[in-house]
Design a protein around this ligand. Structure first.
Ligand code: PEP
Length: 257
């Protein structure tokens, strides 16, 4: 973390979990244990049908609501899709874009991810852009090049002045939902290479202002070590974000002066 230049952000990704009723219950429980989050921002990304319930339920807490997906067109004949303006109108502040599950199960390409990033920014929200390598890519030694390509593709056409709103989440695919976490050194190495890619595109001043999260089985017992790395500015958390006590323990690890 380096709060001199950028925000530390802890974001939960609920995936396809919790009903609206369970969303309200989670918020009630969280309220009893959430500390004053002076040193980090907290985001909860929920299924789109629960956004209204979440915005209402988390209203009195310093918790921003995020969406897990968006469609890039403004409006029209796209049955079942949700636009950036629709999310913005509900009070959404962050949108996860390019999560590996969407790339893997729903055919999201780098070009689609880029269109979504541009749509989210145009609507005035912050994209949380997920990038990450497979185990095979790590083992064949192409991680850095692969991640650089994903970052460059996702940011195509994003002007420097909008980069402050962008969050990049480094999520090694082999660590998501597997209980297997990247070591702090692995996370640090890739997050720093992501910052180097941003630096090559936008210069040092912009690069140091961008929040880069780590995601992949972040838990209360490994969060502090991951967050102690200079280029790891927070976490995108799946499983552990579904349990208020675990989520708060990770927030506490980030909420240090
Ligand atoms: C995620 O879904 O973005 C994620 C990091 O999941 P988990 O923490 O469960 O590995």
């Amino acid at each position: 973390m380096n709060r001199r230049y950028r925000k530390t952000i802890i974001a939960g990704n609920w995936k396809m979990n919790k009903t609206a009723t369970e969303t309200r219950q989670f918020a009630e429980e969280l309220k009893t244990m959430l500390p004053k989050t002076k040193w980090c921002d907290v985001v909860v990304c929920v299924p789109s049908v629960n956004i209204s319930a979440a915005v209402k339920a988390f209203k009195d807490m310093r918790v921003a609501i995020g969406a897990e997906n968006v469609y890039y067109e403004k409006s029209g004949a796209f049955t079942g899709e949700v636009s950036a303006d629709m999310l913005k109108d509900l009070g959404v502040k962050y949108v996860i874009v390019g999560h590996s599950e969407r790339r893997q199960y729903f055919g999201e390409t780098d070009s689609i991810v880029n269109k979504k990033v541009l749509a989210v920014l145009e609507a005035g929200m912050s994209p949380i852009i997920c990038v990450g390598e497979s185990l095979e890519q790590r083992e064949t030694g192409v991680t850095t090049e692969w991640i650089a390509l994903q970052v460059k593709s996702a940011l195509a056409g994003v002007p420097a002045e909008k980069m402050r709103k962008c969050v990049i989440a480094y999520e090694p695919i082999w660590a998501i939902g597997t209980g297997r976490t990247a070591t702090a050194e692995q996370a640090a190495e890739v997050c720093s290479s992501i910052r180097a890619t941003i630096r090559s595109l936008y210069g040092a001043r912009v690069a140091r202002s961008v929040t880069i999260q780590y995601g992949g089985s972040m838990k209360p017992d490994n969060a502090a070590e991951l967050l102690a790395q200079g280029d790891v500015d927070g976490g995108l958390i799946g499983g552990a974000a579904l349990k208020p006590d675990q989520f708060v323990a990770i927030i506490n690890a980030a909420n240090q002066e």
